[in-house]
Write a protein that binds this ligand. Sequence first.
Ligand code: UTP
Length: 295
Amino acid sequence: MKIRKAVIPAAGLGTRLLPSTKAMPKEMLPIIDKPTIQYIIEEAVESGIKDIIIVTGKGKKSIEDHFDTSMLLEETLKNKGKITILKEMQSISQLANIHYIRQGVPNGLGHAIWCARNFIGNEPFAVLLGDTLIKDKKPCLKEMIRLFEECQSSIIGVKRVNESELSRYGIVDVMKGNESLLKVRNLVEKPDKGEAPSDLAIFGRYILTPKIFELLEKQERGVGNEIQLTDSLQTLLNYENVYAQIFEGKSYDIGEKLGYLKTIIEFAMEREDLKKDLVEFLKAIVIKKGTAPLE
Ligand code: UTP
């Protein structure tokens, strides 16, 4: 079967970024001049997906507005002769077929995905977390979709992380092998210190078979009193093969303060219109801090 649809969970409360996320979805936080979730939709589209469902909730209306047509804005840009930006605005509303479903209460990532079950139906699908950006030569999801066509099983995107970071992620233990696709043996969500079965962290891209909905339906609450996708993936191992794909590109978690800052700086360093001035600015700060005590 082919992957035709994607789910983007974006209904979380974003408590690590409060108060900025009190009335503004974290998925709409700008990386310079583009909201995070637009990059994610673009990754899905570049990977060949046209039908996308965003799981939203209270206070997330600006996501829908962003991907909608804005007649007033378009008329105004047209009247002012700002044609380049007008075309860009029109292309945003034509990026993909975007659908929405509400997750009444943010009961966890697993529950958010379960909310999309009727839209997905009985076919495999992709999941892209609404607060994680990925940079690689090719779109990350595209490679995962290619591998799915070979194995026809669920695939979890993973990357190697330092020991100090392990308890922030879902961690995957895999069978030994040299291929890009490794068979998963065990999964743990946010393991306690010293309890992680490996250094392979789940970072926000998945290909899932529809069996997962059946398991999520019965899933009990786990870490953080939330319905965890990782726990249902662990149960899925009793029924189907699950693979991990080690990803070599860079991932950016905009859902925590330092991650958000790093993302903006790295993305700005790749922009010809910003790079030179930003480098000068950063150099000046570092030199100043270098000569004076940091405190
Ligand atoms: P996170 O766990 O990073 O989001 O979920 P959060 O709960 O909003 O973050 P904090 O811990 O309070 O700061 C990863 C993605 O899953 C979505 C989030 O919106 C985010 O894009 N999510 C999470 C849901 O859609 N529903 C949920 O119940 C939880």
